[in-house]
Unconditional design. Structure first.
Ligand code: ZN
Ligand code: ZN
Length: 80
């Protein structure tokens, strides 16, 4: 595990005071403003999905790697 003393909010390295958050983020957390994640989240912009591979969620990982599960359900198969 990385340094336990750092806030677990994205890109925040303040000292933890409670629940894994710094003072500022703990307050947000209590106010319900923080995502309730127990997992690492995607590093994609404004994305809070669970990580799929590396630092990306399935959606962003797929986008980054060009192939997708969605590609198999291509619109070409629009048979009536
Ligand atoms: Zn913080
Ligand atoms: Zn994502």
């Amino acid at each position: 595990m990385p340094n336990k003393g750092a806030c677990k909010a994205n890109e925040c390295e303040r000292e933890v005071i409670a629940k894994g958050y710094c003072r500022k983020h703990y307050r947000l957390w209590k106010a319900g403003e923080m995502p309730k994640t127990r997992y690492k989240t995607c590093t994609g912009e404004n994305c809070r999905k669970k990580r799929f591979k590396g630092s990306l969620c399935e959606e962003h990982w797929t986008a980054a790697h060009g192939k997708s599960a969605a590609a198999e359900a291509a619109p070409a198969a629009a048979s009536a």
